[in-house]
Design a protein around this ligand. Structure first.
Ligand SMILES: NC(=O)c1ccc[n+]([C@@H]2O[C@H](COP(=O)([O-])OP(=O)(O)OC[C@H]3O[C@@H](n4cnc5c(N)ncnc54)[C@H](O)[C@@H]3O)[C@@H](O)[C@H]2O)c1
Length: 277
């Protein structure tokens, strides 16, 4: 897999899954633009990339703002002259504020609009503004969904709706962009232990152990697990794959619920368990 001469934009590329994707693409030779709301963390990741011998530019971007996404595309063209891969990843675990949590009866209309702007509208706007440039290079769009786009959790109308929509939008955009030479795919990660999650799990190691037990591979994921999938989907080896949502979850979502429920109850009976929530 060689991405030399390629240019990749990673939204939310400062930390977590996006941070890992930025480093993976740099390792494979791509020039990187980190488009993130958190400039300090973006600059730290950019420095890591430069220290690896890569090239990285940073632009402050809030993906809930149309103008910021338009500027991100303009900035990339000014800096590098082309765009090959647009990785639409931004949404923070820190964004799970009160206003996005709850059922349809609890979430305010304003909370819905704000959450969906980041989770769904940003995906549309990224394709809208970068589309013309991606077409020039037979490029790729990768949208980060979640196992929460496939299976629903209670009290999470905003996140589950946004992540399900990403899967549908990926298929729709693949139909429009395919004839123009651009492939559009999604990834559905299971639980990925990012820098922020590490802090949480340090305080609750038995909670993490309980999570790991729920995965057939008996571990949770790391950003590199997702970065590897994104790199594959953007590579020539995946040139016949479009409109696909690749589940990278260590088998979490393939289990029969009845079986799974009994196994977890047995585990909880025989272990000193901490429940993560
Ligand atoms: N970590 C997981 O277990 C997991 C599982 C499934 C899906 N996901 C998805 O993966 C993506 C990344 O999640 P993560 O866990 O790495 O999150 P994270 O909080 O560790 O990192 C998110 C990054 O996005 C940036 N960001 C947040 N809001 C932004 C905005 N409005 N505009 C631009 N940048 C913004 C943050 O500054 C940060 O650098 C999200 O779309 C998330 O929903 C995460």
């Amino acid at each position: 897999m060689d991405f030399s001469e390629k240019v990749t934009i990673v939204t939310g590329g400062a930390l977590g899954i996006g941070g890992g994707i930025s480093r993976k693409f740099a390792e494979k030779g791509s020039k990187i633009v980190i488009a993130d709301i958190d400039l300090d963390s973006a600059n730290i990741n950019s420095k890591k990339i430069e220290d690896m011998g890569g090239k990285c530019e940073v632009i402050k971007t809030d993906v809930s703002k149309s103008k910021d996404i338009e500027n991100m595309v303009k900035f990339t063209i000014e800096k590098y002259g082309r765009i090959d891969n647009l990785i639409q990843n931004a949404f923070s675990t820190g964004n799970f504020s009160e206003e996005f949590s709850g059922s349809a009866m609890k979430v305010s209309e304003e909370g819905w609009d704000k959450g969906i702007a980041m989770l769904q509208k940003a995906i549309f706007l990224g394709a809208k503004f970068a589309g013309k440039e991606l077409i020039k290079n037979n490029g790729n769009i990768i949208n980060i969904s979640s196992v929460h786009g496939l299976l629903m959790s209670k009290n999470a109308i905003v996140y589950e709706s946004g992540k399900s929509a990403v899967i549908g939008m990926t298929k729709q955009m693949a139909c429009d962009f395919g004839p123009l030479g651009v492939r559009v795919n999604a990834i559905c990660p299971g639980h990925i232990v990012t820098e922020k999650m590490e802090v949480r799990w340090k305080e609750m190691p038995k909670g993490l152990r309980f999570f790991e037990e729920q995965y057939p591979v008996r571990r949770t994921g790391v950003p590199e697990d997702i970065a590897n999938g994104v790199a594959f989907l953007c590579s020539e080896e995946a040139s016949f794959i479009t409109g696909h949502s690749l589940v990278i979850d260590g088998g979490l979502s393939i289990q029969l619920q009845e079986d799974f429920g009994v196994d977890q109850a047995k585990y909880a009976q025989s272990h000193d368990v901490e429940f993560p929530y």
